[in-house]
Design a protein around this ligand. Structure first.
Ligand SMILES: Nc1ncnc2c1ncn2[C@@H]1O[C@H](COP(=O)(O)OP(=O)(O)OP(=O)(O)O)[C@@H](O)[C@H]1O
Ligand SMILES: [Mg+2]
Length: 278
């Protein structure tokens, strides 16, 4: 892509106050149109990078430019309208006494008119497919999957261009995971949001992400189209990530004519049909 990136990360170093070096000279460009997965072993720096992207953490060295603004000199509120970050643990983000007021909190905070607040809250709750019977419930009494949706809706209500969701599918079954991924993909395709998903679930990455950035020990080890990154098992091994099993199987069956870039069972079946019909 040749257009200007929406987010540009330049030689970013981030060190926590206790001295831990979490990010070491990161360079990354994120474009309008990206539907990206951020992967890597525990402690590789995914959450730290996300918090830097929306200005919650400021660079120790280097810079991050979002929509032309340097995160070091931009208010958290201004950043929140551009990059939304849904916490790894939704409970770190929920503090209102009802689902509706939780989602309305951000729009109220930026002092939007009541009609617009109502419209945005309704839209956000619709996007995450929250049944209306829960609107007046206390978020803490909902199951984790629904709390996650409230957390996502509360970010959506600010309508940020880029949305980072930190491990949205952890602890959820396949059906719930796919439902979450499907509304994130809808947001991307229908409303043009940049979506960044942090996950350890490689079949989910293979099915939904168009681009993969793999991190290890505060560095970026691989960055490219999903099939291309999964075709580099050596780079992934450094961060103890394995391509999805179906991709590994296809790679071992390359002699039979399977593509090492196979991502899903459906693609594998299609190739099987073609190979057997030869
Ligand atoms: N508040 C903190 N203070 C000091 N060090 C921290 C803090 N938060 C994270 N770290 C350290 O920074 C590094 C990167 O952590 P980070 O949470 O960004 O990794 P992650 O890739 O999100 O991991 P996970 O997959 O477990 O969520 C790790 O070494 C971690 O121990
Ligand atoms: Mg994390």
């Amino acid at each position: 892509m040749s257009e200007a990136p929406y987010i540009s990360v330049n030689d970013l170093v981030f060190r926590y106050p206790d001295g831990t070096l979490a990010l070491d000279k990161i360079n990354l460009k994120i474009y309008d149109g990206d539907l990206m997965a951020l992967i890597g072993q525990n402690g590789s720096g995914k959450t730290t990078l996300s918090k830097c992207l929306n200005g919650l953490l400021k660079p120790t060295e280097g810079s991050i430019i979002v929509d032309g603004l340097d995160t070091r000199h931009t208010s958290i509120t201004s950043m929140a309208k551009r990059v939304g970050y849904v916490f790894q643990n939704p409970d770190h983000q929920l503090f209102n006494s009802s689902v509706w007021s939780e989602v309305a909190y951000g729009p109220r905070n930026i002092q939007l008119p009541p009609e617009e607040i109502k419209e945005r809250v309704q839209e956000a709750l619709d996007v995450v497919r929250m049944p209306s019977r829960y609107y007046e419930e206390h978020p803490f009494f909902l199951p984790k999957g629904l709390r996650q949706r409230v957390a996502i809706a509360s970010i959506l209500a600010l309508r940020p261009k880029a949305i980072i969701v930190d491990e949205p599918t952890t602890g959820q079954d396949i059906k719930q995971s796919r439902e979450i991924m499907e509304f994130l993909v809808d947001l991307h395709e229908q409303q043009g949001h940049i979506i960044i998903i942090i996950t350890h679930d490689m079949p989910i990455v293979a099915r939904y992400a168009r681009r993969v950035v793999a991190m290890g020990q505060g560095h970026i080890l691989a960055d490219g189209p999903t099939a291309e990154v999964f075709a580099q098992p050596e780079a992934l091994a450094k961060t103890f990530v394995e391509p999805p099993q179906i991709t590994q199987l296809a790679q071992r069956c390359a002699d039979l004519g399977f593509s090492p870039r196979t991502l899903t069972v459906e693609e594998m079946m299609e190739q099987t049909r073609q190979i057997l019909n030869k």
